[in-house]
Design a protein around this ligand. Structure first.
Ligand code: NCD
Length: 309
């Protein structure tokens, strides 16, 4: 397995299966600490800088929780307006400066490639917490961790990715990771919000079986896991266009009971109507467990890049 010590985690495109399984193993070890059943101080004396220039609840707070529960400390920037980026400072200068203060950086920003710019300038590990429509590698890792927890395997599954596949960064990173397993993918979106061709080209080059469709029913009939996503309002220039698509797919209890009672339902959250609340009580509704798994996976990544796992 690749040694993550001192490395940036910007994308899942360079991972091999062994890397993913290695991270899953470390995350499983940290799960009792994430669940508050055990304590740990493996990251005592270390400082995480959480730079969140775009809105976040789960990603920032689970990174911060992960760091604190491993004995480390956290410094945080929330929003562009409160930072020197609003004065015109470059991402590279910001990266150089913060590397003096912190041992590791977790960052989110609206611009694709922005986290890579900081990483190139900072001489501490930088973890991508979401760069615009680009990638969200830690989410994808916690998604695979969740599939393993819910289904005890990834190989052999049919997984449907549903919603705004064009703008949603989580489904880009998740596609790279799932391509490392023997899966069938069903990509469900309106024509206008299809998966970008650089992702489908990667799937073809890795010989992943996948189908593209507009039909949610097709996914419900064939998949064991449905991964629903939010239409990414902040990426639309045209408000009317967003309104047209925002509730294009709504997963209801009735649909699940009609097509597949054993369906595992995932979502990176926040949901804004794509999954109706009457789904929440179904045993397969995994999205809240999925969010909890983020702490264990981020613990694993922090410990690994800091050379402590
Ligand atoms: C996702 C994101 O920020 O890309 N949220 C998250 O981190 N769980 C998904 C989204 O905002 O739709």
């Amino acid at each position: 397995m690749m040694d993550l010590k001192g490395k940036d985690v910007l994308s899942t495109s360079g991972f091999v299966r062994d890397d993913v399984e290695g991270i899953m193993g470390v995350a499983a070890k940290f799960l009792p600490v994430a669940k508050k059943e055990q304590t740990s101080d493996v990251l005592a004396g270390k400082v995480l800088a959480a730079l969140f220039y775009e809105p976040s609840t789960r990603t920032r707070l689970s990174f911060e929780t992960a760091m604190i529960r491993l004995g480390g400390r956290v410094i945080t920037v929330v929003g562009v307006d409160s930072s020197s980026l609003s004065k015109g400072e470059t991402l590279a200068d910001t990266g150089k400066i913060i590397a003096n203060y912190a041992d590791v950086i977790a960052m989110r920003h609206s611009q694709k490639g922005s986290v890579g710019e900081v990483a190139a300038a900072a001489d501490v590990p930088v973890i991508n917490g979401g760069d615009g429509t680009g990638e969200h590698p830690t989410q994808a890792l916690l998604d695979v961790f969740t599939i393993l927890q819910e289904k005890q395997k990834v190989d052999g599954l049919t997984v449907a990715l549903v919603g705004d596949l064009l703008n949603g960064r989580t489904v880009h990173s998740l596609s790279y990771l799932l391509s490392l397993f023997k899966v069938n993918l069903i990509l469900v979106s309106p024509e206008k919000l299809k998966m970008p061709s650089y992702v489908t080209d990667m799937l073809k080059s890795r010989n992943v079986a996948f189908a593209e469709t507009e039909s949610l029913e097709e996914a419900l009939k064939n998949a064991q896991v449905v991964y629903s996503t939010r239409v990414q309002k902040e990426r639309f220039d045209d408000a009317a266009e967003y309104e047209k698509y925002k509730h294009y797919y709504i997963l209801t209890r009735e649909l699940i009971e009609k097509y597949n009672k054993d369906l595992t339902v995932m979502h990176p959250l926040p949901r804004v109507g794509e999954i109706s609340e009457d789904v929440d009580d179904l045993p397969g509704a995994a999205y809240f467990r999925q969010a909890r798994n983020g702490v264990a996976v981020r613990m694993a990544l922090l410990a690994m890049v800091l050379g402590k796992a």
